[in-house]
Design a protein around this ligand. Structure first.
Ligand code: NAI
Length: 468
């Protein structure tokens, strides 16, 4: 059987590329080694974590916020088994959704390990060792990423006591204590889930701030909010050892600025120190496909590798490891293969941390603008001054917009607040169209909405807000 496109990997990058290519009239096959489609994101990443984030937020609200709204309920009782079942059902609905879309778009799906044999040739090895060879005009590598671990530190993940994000989605009882190594996105999302369910969480982070690349202002406020919620932080602390100890585990860390090593013990340890591109067993070396200095598949601006007809997208190539970045690359590469003009604007890729409150951002941070010597102005508006936020008791946080001092063009936007991940998109569209803060400030917004704070922030950038 011969195809126009064979996609290896069915995460958000791979499955979207396959669907788009099929929609454009190409004959498409996908290869997936998991039993279900959707990759890390749908099976053990974005989707299950969001199910737990939501459920644990509702549990927390029922225990703490209902009363003030005049809703009197008895103390909420956690049924962890049911909460985990909700997570599993959410995953199931999503992965079967992808299966349905493959069928609908007449995409042939193979279960097994895909390997690039040569230009135009891919093999699939199924679980029972049977090997099948496919011929194709184009290959898209979309194999994603895997847990990176801690460079130079042996971490024996058992996914019960010493866990990666995968194990942290499935504890069968609420741990009394948890150490999170890495104050990045995974550490704070999953740390806050278990903290809300009753775990004492301590985050140990190498940098002197959480959420490394986020705007410094946002990161500082966010950390304070997390501390109020009960998470403890050890910043500027380099973890040098993670080992089992007694019934739990211990983490050894040294202050980055120097000083004696310290040891923390807890029931469980979540190691969330980043992810690495996943190319194991893909046969890239034999096929002559080059990697870059960080082990990612090397590509040009059109996602082409050094071998003609072989493309790569998503976490396995350069750029932020985000599902939606992979999806956009999937669409673009399918369009390019079909002879159209596929493109991704890497300057306008939103990013969201799904804690409560959420942190959402798009474009440049203040630190980046300063470093680039760009003259900018800042407009900020707090949710405490927003009527809808007050009505919903979600007044934590603010909107911050950064615009070019001379032209008023919006260069970056950062929202810390309830549902920030939904609100960021009007700024994303604005930036995609090269809009100014005055454009946004003059756009009518429905009242009462939290999005009015976004508009007021734009008013603050280009002039004065009304409600402050
Ligand atoms: P991350 O890169 O966000 O954070 C890892 C943190 O670990 C960094 O702050 C780093 O300084 C720290 N670290 C590294 N070595 C250390 C050591 N020896 N001691 C102490 N701290 C150390 O990585 P994370 O959270 O594992 O996430 C992996 C990827 O998945 C990221 O690229 C992230 O963007 C993506 N992701 C995105 C989500 C979202 O968009 N909501 C959700 C979950 C993951």
């Amino acid at each position: 059987m011969s195809y126009d496109v064979v996609v290896i990997g069915t995460g958000p990058g791979g499955y979207v590329a396959a669907i788009k290519a099929a929609q454009l009239g190409l004959k498409v096959a996908v290869i997936e080694k998991r039993k279900t489609y959707g990759g890390t994101c749908l099976n053990v990443g974005c989707i299950p974590s969001k199910a737990l984030l939501h459920a644990s937020e509702v549990y927390e609200e029922a225990g703490h916020s209902f009363d003030a709204l005049g809703v009197e309920v008895s103390k909420p009782k956690l049924n962890l088994e049911k909460m985990l079942a909700h997570k599993d059902n959410t995953v199931k609905a999503n992965v079967t959704g992808v299966e349905f879309l493959f069928k609908k778009n007449k995409i042939t799906a193979f279960t097994g390990t895909g390997k690039v044999v040569a230009q135009g040739k891919v093999s699939v090895t199924s679980e029972d060792g049977k090997v099948e060879e496919l011929t194709t005009k184009n290959i898209i590598i979309a194999t994603g990423s895997d847990v990176a671990g801690i460079p130079g530190v042996e971490v024996a993940f058992d996914e019960k006591i010493i866990v990666s994000s995968t194990g942290a989605l499935s504890f069968d009882k609420v741990p009394e204590s948890m150490i999170v190594v890495g104050g990045g996105v995974i550490g704070l999302e999953l740390g806050s889930v278990w903290s809300r369910l009753g775990t004492k969480v301590t985050v140990v982070e190498y940098l002197d701030k959480v959420l490394g690349a986020m705007d410094g202002d946002v990161s500082k406020h966010f950390q304070r909010m997390m501390e109020k919620q009960g998470l403890a932080f050890k910043l500027g602390a380099k973890v040098t050892g993670v080992e089992k100890a007694g019934k739990g585990a211990k983490v050894t860390y040294s202050p980055v600025k120097g000083g004696d090593a310290e040891v923390l013990e807890a029931d469980v340890v979540l190691v969330a120190t980043g992810r690495r591109p996943y190319t194991d067993g893909l046969g890239l070396q034999e096929a002559g496909v080059a990697l870059d200095e960080r082990g990612r598949v090397a590509i040009n601006d059109h996602w082409q590798t050094n071998v003609a007809g072989i493309y790569a997208i998503g976490d396995v190539v350069k750029g932020p490891m985000l599902a939606h970045k992979a999806e956009d690359e999937g669409v673009a590469v399918a369009e390019l293969i079909a002879g159209q003009a596929g493109h991704v604007n890497f300057d306008v890729i939103p990013s969201v941390v799904y804690t409560q409150p959420e942190v959402a951002s798009v474009g440049k941070t203040e630190e980046e603008l300063k470093a680039a010597g760009v003259e900018y102005k800042v407009g900020k508006f707090p949710f405490t001054a927003n009527g809808r936020a007050r009505a919903m008791q979600h007044t934590d946080g603010f909107v911050k917009i950064l615009a070019d001092k001379a032209t008023d063009k919006v260069l970056g936007a950062h929202i810390l607040g309830y549902n920030a991940g939904e609100m960021i998109h009007e700024l994303t569209v604005l930036m995609e169209f090269g809009g100014s803060s005055e454009d946004l400030a003059r756009t009518c917004h429905a009242h009462p909405t939290m999005s009015e704070a976004v508009r007021e922030s734009a008013m603050a950038t280009s002039g004065k807000p009304i409600h402050m």
